[in-house]
Design a protein around this ligand. Structure first.
Ligand code: GDP
Length: 311
């Protein structure tokens, strides 16, 4: 098997994205990409159940499942023997873990969550040692709305949500205390910024502290051509990445399930670096937001999800 570096070096001379856009195709075979960082450790900060999550916990079981584990609720529609195909138990934290993660996303005087800076080139990105995760997706996929929802427990954080596609033209860095950074990348596809290639590809290839890339796909439309190119780019660069389905409030259960199953099949058969478990979110109903926060806390080494049940 080819080493991941070779693919990266081969592409260093020219923009992957640009080449893809003119129709060149590369195939690759890179495996074993979804590792939990060695720095995995339990945070020492005491946690408390936020007001927000306390309200979630008061909901009837079915509603709670729908809000916290939306794909598990959807999976109930499947015949029992086909349910394991959704791999929903790979990351299945307890409600206590989820409360801990919410706590990490809650700003306090001593735990500041804030917009840090923007950059158009990697050289201008803040030089950080802490783990980082980034969010990529087509313009209008709901990226800014998702980041805003993830930061809803830190309302002072300013995440601009646009009404016009292609609004995010810079890489925007947000710090979550001293624990990790989240990066909102410019959208690709329609009206992508001209220097998208230099900006995004270089970042993805060279950012040393990048722990995971979250690739957003609009659940109402499924994987589009440009999403495919982004997926191939992640594969070629040997990036560990995760597919997040956005706007799940927009589709009926049946339509959403069809889309989820199709994407799951694609992930299982066509990808190697993609985490097999899909995540699904709505920035309107907040479905899946708590679980995604918990996953981010986990993969940045700030929360060791355990099996204990919330009591
Ligand atoms: P971005 O270009 O990827 O940053 O997308 P935005 O976050 O600006 O969202 C694009 C459009 O989709 C906006 O009109 C949002 O209000 C809408 N949108 C984003 N997330 C959701 C969602 O979860 N549900 C619904 N129904 N609409 C959403």
């Amino acid at each position: 098997m080819r080493s991941p570096d070779r693919g990266v070096r081969r592409l260093a001379a020219g923009g992957y994205w640009r080449r893809k856009m003119v129709g060149l195709r590369f195939r690759c075979g890179i495996g074993g990409l979804f590792k939990v960082p060695a720095t995995q450790q339990r945070r020492s900060r005491a946690y408390s159940v936020s007001q927000d999550f306390a309200e979630v916990l008061r909901k009837p079981k079915r509603q709670l499942t729908k809000l916290v584990f939306p794909l598990q609720e959807l999976e109930r529609q499947l015949a029992p023997d086909t349910r394991p195909s959704l791999h929903l138990k790979l990351f299945e934290p307890s409600l206590e873990d989820i409360a801990r993660a919410d706590d990490l996303f809650t700003a306090t005087d001593r735990h500041r969550i804030e917009y840090l800076s923007s950059a158009v080139r990697l050289e201008h990105a803040p030089d950080l040692l802490r783990p980082e995760v980034c969010f990529i997706g087509r313009s209008n996929v709901g990226k800014s709305s998702l980041i805003k929802a993830l930061f809803s427990l830190a309302p002072e954080v300013e995440v601009r949500v646009s009404k016009t596609p292609g609004h995010t033209k810079k890489m925007n860095f947000f710090k979550v205390g001293k624990y990790f950074t989240m990066v909102d990348m410019p959208g690709y596809g329609y009206r992508a910024p001209e220097d998208f290639v230099d900006m995004v590809e270089t970042y993805l290839k060279e950012r040393r502290n990048l722990m995971r890339t979250f690739l957003l796909v609009d659940s109402a439309v499924g994987i589009q051509k440009t999403d495919n190119i982004a997926i191939e780019m992640c594969e070629e660069f040997a990036l560990p990445y995760v597919i997040v389905l956005t706007k799940i409030d927009k589709s009926s259960k049946g339509r959403l399930l069809k889309q989820v199953l199709q994407i799951q099949k694609f992930v299982d058969s066509q990808t190697q670096g993609c985490f097999p478990q899909l995540f699904a979110v709505s920035a309107v109903t907040y479905s899946g937001i708590h679980l995604l926060r918990c996953f981010i806390a986990h993969i940045t080494g700030n929360l060791k999800a355990n099996d204990s049940q919330f009591s």
